[in-house]
Design a protein around this ligand. Sequence first.
Ligand code: PLP
Length: 373
Amino acid sequence: MVLLTPGPTPIHPLVQAALAKPMRGHLDPETLATNRRIRGYLEALFGAGEGALLAAMPGSGSLGMEAGLTNLASQGDAVLLLVNGTFGERMVEIAHAYGMRYTVLRAEPGQPIDPEAVRRALAERRYQLVTLVHGETSTGVINPAAEIAALVREHGAYFMLDAVTTAGMMPLSMTAMGVDYAYTGSQKCLSAPPGLAPFALSRRGRERLGKAHVPGWYSDLARVAVYWEQEGYFCTSPVLLHFALEEALRLALEEGLEKRYQRAKRLYGQVLGLLEELGFRAYAAPEARLPTVLTVRPPEGFSEADLRKGLYQRGVSVAGGIGPTAGQMLRLGLMGESAREEHYRVFFRALGEVMGKNGLEEAFLERTQPAAV
Ligand code: PLP
């Protein structure tokens, strides 16, 4: 099966091999040495600066989200949630579940958050924390994180960035942008198996740890730090996933984040160009297209469910819409190992069969491998 969903992503053979290493204890010297190397790699991934807490929580990306909200704001603190899709809405659900005092600023699905609207919202009241999803997977929109971070910094609030569809596939610098907390899921742009939520908490953000009340135990980052920094017991971590994550991070950084970004962008343009010729229409606003998640509405006469089913029967797994986009679109992943020409070649071969059109694979090859002169 060729995995072209927006996560999980295909796993590199070296990452797969790391999963087959012999089991070790969570406090075994080899595991702890792996953890130290992971922290070094996470510094390069997030650019979190001196004194940041770097770690990977045992859980999925949503745990990273929940931990950010509960560690950076206490009950009663005002929180501003910037929302333009399902994963922004998830932040609202979490804030609601914890009884936080939150305000939601929404943009239409398919549109980015407008920094001017954020400026106005920040002028109205004092916030402790502002949250943003960098790349909204449900719509394929990238939000102007750097511009918004600058406004939040001026305001004095903490800024939390969901980097689930961006970290590992584009250069990020939390210090340059002014981000206090960022997280991802191991199964997305890093192409490791699901099960870990790598994150970085800035020096400024971590000043709260151990002081402010956190309404939870497992997601209390002060406890997570005991394991990752003091190398003491917090919980039994998924050691084999640590081995796989280390290898995935090593591969990503060896390739280089800028190169990976260009790889995703180039393939996005080639895939979208051919899909548009077939009558598909891009969903995300042209100025805000997330290079790691391509969202398209099917042409007249084709339903997204039938297309997905036909592709799956031919060994290609893609996703449909979720939340506001359910039933309206296909979502194609271009994260990590999914952003490879050979996989999209298989995709176009299968799509040609499903749509009854000849020559799609060849047409794709013409775009990706221009004839030599
Ligand atoms: N944030 C974004 C932008 C996502 O795309 C996802 C998952 O797709 C999540 C958060 C939640 O991650 P997980 O499904 O690993 O809990």
